[in-house]
Design a protein around this ligand. Sequence first.
Ligand code: FRU
Length: 502
Amino acid sequence: MPHRLTRPLAVATAALTFLAAQPPAYDEPLRPQFHFTPARYFMNDPNGLVFYKGEYHLFYQHNPLGEQWGHMSWGHAVSPDLLHWRHLPVALHEADGVMIFSGSVVVDWHNTSGFCTATGADRSCLVAVYTGHGHGKQTQNLAYSNDRGRTWMKYAKNPVLDPGLKDFRDPKAFWHEPTRRWIMVTVLPDQHKVRLFASADLKAWTPLSDFGPAGATGGVWECPDLFQLPIEGEPGRTRWVLDVDINPGGIAGGSAGQYFIGTFDGTRFVADEPAERTRWADYGADFYASLSFSDIPATDGRRIWMGWTSNWLYTNDEPSVTWRGAQSIPRALTLRRGRDGLRLVQTPVAEIERLRTAPAPTVITGITVLPGSAEIQLDVKPGAWTEAGIRLSNDAGEDVIVGVTRVPLEVFVDRRRSRRTPFHGAYPGRHAGPLAWRDGRLTLRVLFDRSVIEVFAGDGETVITDRVFPTQPLDRLELLPVRGAQPEARLWTLASVWNRRD
Ligand code: FRU
């Protein structure tokens, strides 16, 4: 009965051939190396960002069954340093026709919820506050974990907030010490309103106030966040930031983040600027649904957020295979006063410097080899130039230009020629944001990671996040020629955060 022997052999040979043809894990062509991506399948918003017992937790909107949006559940990963992530099993699964939409996680330090089972000095546990989407409505729900986020129980009396609305989502909860209660920030997406609630125990919520419509209202409002930030150079002074995403109607088309600066007295957020004023968190096409971490210890003191580097216009068509979606680099936030009032400033977390493979950068003059993951710093001086910057390109004739223009004074990313055959009509584009001279210089800090480009201009005052999907790696870097003083350009290669044997 020879087939009994040959069949397993044939299967084994086929499996080996298949494996040999596969790129090593985490090394697929467009897979970023120092940005978080799901091991496989679809990811959108970051959810439940929290620091607890020495670990950063990243939950995320995830389809555990496919490469396009659907079956939304919370994927999960943990990291000691915001860069090296370890995948954990899906934390919250869709069930009974209810998908798990976006939300947040808090540390319930004093067991206000009654969910925490620990006894002794530390009685804390983790509580997730998320939107349940199903049966024609959206409601707010709880789940809790008593084992550092490894396993989760959905609250038996869910939902905790159910006004019977079709669209009512994305709860961000936080502890407000002055009023000693929990605050929940939600959106009424099609009314362009943020609605605040308060609770003593995370279970019973009372409405506090609404904010909006204001700023940009050309699409639905999603994924709000509310936090207090220090003002640079003004010790002891702070302001509150209300961040609300909008889709479509963003500055670069489709999805984008906007924010309002103002005051929050524990009940009501009041913006400093008139309602017509829009401030964009990011001028690129691919920074959405940003969320800040809860419970970063006061000894650290940072407010850090990350966002999803995609756009609802084309996310389901992105040409990455087996996995889809990446998170931005975590960014520390501050406020800075300028001629135009206060604005949000974003800086890649300092931990990223540990990924530099050599302490000293390479100084770029002409054309050089561009590694797949790199940081490039550009210092542009006044001169006779009209446009200055860098060009990232490949042998297929694809390129991306990152630079500044003089009139108007702007930073831009031009990805119009970054893929020979665009995978979606809305993908090609040039995205620009306003810039100002600082100490007689214009600075660009560019994080390049195969298919992610993040540009922090003016020391974090203007940010552009754009995905790029070249058909071959962008492996050549050159300085755009300028008349007069050449920009200074420095390059560091950044190491992969993935253990490719995983
Ligand atoms: C934002 C969003 C949220 C929603 C989630 C669903 O990208 O639309 O409003 O909770 O994605 O996946």
